[in-house]
Design a protein around this ligand. Structure first.
Ligand code: TXE
Length: 487
């Protein structure tokens, strides 16, 4: 069993208290590793190391820091398979998904921000008699707090732009999925990234996470996680005037219009609903069908869901592994029970019947992909974030009705619309209160575009310029001289 350490000031160290927590494989219930149960003292050390290291890091040119990101991308690429294996072990996600999405995207995040950094040009505003020079400096020390669903993918999404813009980092991965953050720390250590620029502290949210939020040296927080935790993050950090980026939950609609290409829409809706067992904040967990095609669509959709291969995450052919933990499974199952109590009909799934039959063991947090119809779009199952392999189905007759239904939740992160009429699709997209809408596709990401949600799905945007903006302090120097062109 692995005994993971914190990474502080260029050294792997245990928690100051000496205490540890266990990391469990959700597919077997077995212990994989212990992690330090860090607290205030550990954050104190990490924050001071970061503060000491930051000026020198910030003094490098953007090009030099971009070169660092490329080195990191190369080194992670060389560990692609190890990262995928670790992510699958920690999360219970299928190894094929961990390879295709988690490991690949983690490399891509560093590569993208390296290239994007090099493309930046100085921002100036000329006046008749002066010139304004806009400078972007690192914020200083930033706290990065990430969840368990896409562990290294989401951590690298923050670490890469934070490093690029000259910040030093105190990062905390989810206590449930610490393995790949440790691989990242090992990689940075091997590359001899200047000590203190990247610090990693493991442990529980209300302990070490809260200490990061409260630490006065840490002046920016980028958080991805649940909306309830996001509220705590905002309440703690806002009165300290920390810069905040919150990427929170979603309850996204997949809207299928009557003219949609049904084959493509079915494939897209299945992917949107069940990728990573529905544990992606962008997942389409509400399926909204035009009543004229609802029956035909559902027949194909349910058949497709039934054919998905549930099984051991280690197997190459597995499409659905486990959810993150037995506790989370109990939460998801409680929503399925609620759906039945509220008069819903389970069209497929809702059970753990496959356990013991096709490889998965009873100790694993397996749940069949579940499709529920017959619920009001205002029911709890259709408005609260379940974050599991569960989709509810609703029908509408007019576009106005589709909009009303899609907007009937406190979340507003993403959604997809399936139609052959792109004008209608785009007009409908603009009526939906979300940060991102895909038309005839889902999770088709261009890393230059703004990513983030409205309503209770978050505050701020990350991606491309938005990440560079968040992870920097923008200042303006207005120069008036004998010859403004000398400036
Ligand atoms: O997430 P948490 P949880 C949703 C999903 C899920 C629910 C709860 O609906 O069922 O959130 O999941 C750290 N101060 N999403 O409880 O707690 C925590 O240690 C500072 C959506 O697992 O939000 C972890 O590192 N940090 C989401 C991180 O916050 C704290 C992905 C996220 O965990 C903290 C995950 C505190 N007081 C869950 N308390 C998405 N948007 O993708 C916890 N943390």
């Amino acid at each position: 069993m692995l005994a993971l350490m914190n990474y502080i000031d260029g050294q792997f160290v245990p928690a100051a208290s000496g205490q540890t927590l266990e990391d469990i494989n959700p597919a077997t219930g077995q212990r994989i590793a212990t992690i330090p149960r860090s607290e205030h003292q550990d954050v104190e050390q990490a924050a001071h190391a970061a503060k000491t290291a930051q000026p020198e890091w910030n003094a490098l040119s953007l090009e030099q820091r971009a070169d660092w990101l490329d080195l990191i991308a190369d080194a992670l690429q060389a560990k692609h398979e190890a990262i995928a294996q670790a992510e699958s072990l920690d999360t219970g996600k299928p190894i094929s998904l961990a390879r295709r999405v988690d490991a690949s995207r983690s490399v891509e995040n560093f590569r993208f921000f390296a290239n994007f950094g090099r493309q930046q040009t100085p921002l100036t505003f000329e006046m008749d008699d002066a010139i304004n020079l806009v400078h972007r400096n690192g914020l200083g020390v930033v706290g990065l707090i990430t969840p368990w669903n896409l562990p290294l993918y989401l951590m690298s999404w923050k670490v890469a732009p934070a490093l690029l813009m000259g910040n030093a980092i105190v990062a905390k991965p989810s206590e449930m999925t610490p393995l790949t953050a440790n691989i990242l720390a090992e990689t940075l250590h091997e590359l001899e990234l200047p000590k203190g620029v990247f610090n990693l502290v493991h442990g529980l949210g209300p302990e070490v996470g809260q200490a990061i939020l409260e630490h006065p040296i840490i002046n920016g927080i980028s958080f991805t996680g649940g909306t309830a935790t996001g509220r705590i993050v905002a309440a703690t950090a806002a009165p300290m005037f920390k810069k905040l980026s919150l990427e929170l939950g979603g309850k996204n609609a997949t809207i299928v219009l009557e003219d949609a290409d049904l084959d493509k829409a079915v494939q897209g809706a299945v992917r949107a609903a069940f990728t990573n067992s529905g544990q992606v904040c962008l997942c389409g967990s509400r399926l909204m069908l035009h009543s004229s095609i609802a029956e035909a669509f559902l027949e194909r959709f349910v058949a497709e869901v039934k054919s998905m291969r549930i099984g051991d995450p280690k197997e190459d052919l597995t499409q659905i592994g486990t959810v993150i933990s037995m506790e989370h499974l109990a939460k998801v199952e409680s929503y399925i029970k609620l759906a039945v109590d509220e008069g819903g009909e389970i069209l497929t799934g809702g059970t753990r019947d496959m356990v013991g039959q096709i490889g998965p063991t009873a100790e694993g947090a397996y749940l069949a992909p579940t499709v529920i119809s017959g619920l009001s779009h205002l029911s709890r199952c259709a408005t609260e974030e379940i974050f599991g392999p569960v989709v509810t189905v609703h029908t509408f007759d007019t576009l106005e009705e589709a909009t009303t239904m899609a907007n009937a939740t406190e979340y507003g992160l993403a959604g997809s619309i399936w139609t052959q009429d792109l004008e209608v699709g785009q007009a409908l997209a603009q009526t939906i209160d979300t940060g991102i809408v895909w038309i005839n596709t889902w999770l088709h990401r261009d890393l230059r575009t703004p990513f983030g949600g409205v309503k209770h799905s978050g505050v701020g945007r990350e991606g491309g310029q938005w990440s560079l903006g968040f992870f920097s302090e923008t200042t303006n120097i207005c120069v008036m001289g004998p010859n403004k062109n000398d400036a």
